[in-house]
Design a protein around this ligand. Structure first.
Ligand code: ZN
Length: 440
């Protein structure tokens, strides 16, 4: 029964080529899919429910739009809009942690930790095995070896769940922060060549994880365990890029599906089709199992490194405010049910854009001109004393590029259960996923 569900959605995804766009409009349409699958979940009210009488529309320095005065659900495991927002914040935070650690002379060992699973197992069952294995992994005798052999002084742990031919595949991406000074004598990372260091790190981690999974009553396979060493010799930006590469549910995961892919199937397939039904069923199971799970966990020095250099928190620039009446037309008017105005408002980055959206809403509601009070524009950088104007302001807008980690092609040495190889960074995710996704 369960294995049929996985087969159905995987077949659909490979035959139909999922539309993996993940801009604001796509996030909102996927949020609509959540709403139809889980109508009583708080994500169903996210960015729809008003909290006050006016909605504030602002723009951040990185060019993102912020709406104030509307309910934001914060259910980042479930809601695509909140997932995207949380992801950006997490990437920034984890980048800071890894950068601070490497600049202080530390090195990083990345690993993906998995447990064996089958298509007939429920997600809660596999998640529990993974949780229990991690607890044993962190317990005294096992962890002490990691400290002694690798000089582990902290970690950044991310939980991800995907769906593959063998069912639910929850796994942990862990960046181990290692300090050569902590284990100066027998540190495997200090054994000459990169190949030797990598082989050593792989052996230590694999041995510890195997003990942990066995104690927890789970099983793991060497082939499914992936480990890569990135040492201090590589520039910090490249290490960060490598560490962050796979984060989030919005992109392709090589043959497996993410929870957001399930929403894509639910959104794009025939409403009464078996694919739609199975995708919705699996997403409901995921939503239920993932509740209260932590997506990111920091341990050891990672906790003290977070927040360093975090002085880039700036006030967003307020573009204007919109009345409750206008907002209700934008989100609820029968002719705006396809979400086009909602998507337009949620990606406004200029005053002209804001005027345009509110004008279109007024037209839709049958008003020959903009009703009084529907739109108030603000000029200047908002700091409490900004000047307000009631109509057609022509203030200039400032565009800043998003912060992104771009196209490195540095070879990184990878080690998995069947050996090691040099690959280009750009080719990395596929290789990683292939080795991780092949659990029997
Ligand atoms: Zn939300």
């Amino acid at each position: 029964m369960a294995s049929k569900s996985f087969k159905t959605v995987l077949e659909y995804a490979s035959n139909q080529r999922l539309d993996r766009k993940f801009d604001r409009a796509a996030q909102l349409s996927l949020q609509d899919a959540v709403r139809s699958i889980l109508p009583r979940h708080r994500a169903a009210a996210c960015m729809r429910h008003r909290l006050g009488t006016r909605i504030t529309v602002s723009k951040t320095a990185s060019g993102a739009t912020r709406l104030g005065g509307v309910m934001i659900c914060g259910a980042h495991h479930i809601c695509p809009v909140c997932h995207s927002r949380k992801l950006a914040a997490q990437k920034a935070e984890l980048s800071r942690v890894v950068a601070a650690h490497v600049r202080a002379g530390g090195s990083v060992v990345d690993a993906v930790l998995t447990v064996q699973h089958h298509a007939h197992q429920k997600l809660t069952t596999v998640l529990k095995k993974l949780d229990d294995s991690w607890k044993t992994f962190r317990s005294e005798p096992v962890w002490r070896e990691l400290v002694r052999d690798l000089g582990v002084v902290g970690f950044v742990r991310r939980l991800e769940v995907t769906v593959g031919p063998n069912g639910w595949h929850p796994h942990l991406h862990v960046s181990f922060l290692c300090d050569p000074a902590v284990a100066p004598r027998d540190n495997v990372l200090a054994r000459g060549s990169r190949q030797k260091a990598l082989d050593g790190a792989f052996a230590v981690l694999w041995s510890a994880w195997r003990i942990a999974t066995a104690k927890a009553g789970a099983a793991s396979r060497r082939q499914a365990f992936f480990s890569a060493t990135v040492n201090g010799a590589i520039e910090v930006e490249r290490i960060i890029q490598y560490t962050m590469k796979n984060m989030g549910y919005s992109h392709d995961k090589d043959g497996s599906l993410t929870p957001i892919d399930l929403l894509r199937i639910a959104r794009d397939s025939d409403p009464k089709s078996v694919e739609r039904l199975e995708a919705a069923r699996l997403f409901r199971e995921y939503a239920d199992a993932i509740r209260s799970k932590r997506a990111v966990m920091l341990g050891g020095v990672a906790r003290t490194l977070t927040g360093l250099d975090a002085d880039d928190k700036e006030e967003p620039e307020v573009l204007g405010t919109v009345s409750a009446e206008a907002y209700d037309v934008i989100t609820k008017h029968p002719d705006a049910r396809d979400g086009h105005l909602r998507a337009a408002l949620a990606s406004v980055t200029s005053r002209e854009g804001l005027i345009d959206v509110v004008k279109r809403a007024a037209q839709l509601a049958g008003h020959p001109k903009l009703p009084d009070g529907w739109l108030t524009l603000k000029t200047g950088r908002f700091s409490g004393g900004a000047e307000s104007i009631r109509s057609g302001c022509q203030a200039g807008t400032r565009q800043q590029p998003q912060t992104v980690f771009v196209g490195a092609t540095l070879p990184i040495l990878i080690r998995n259960g069947s050996g090691s190889q040099n690959v280009r960074l750009s080719a990395l995710p596929d290789k990683v996923r292939r080795s991780v996704g092949s659990i029997g």
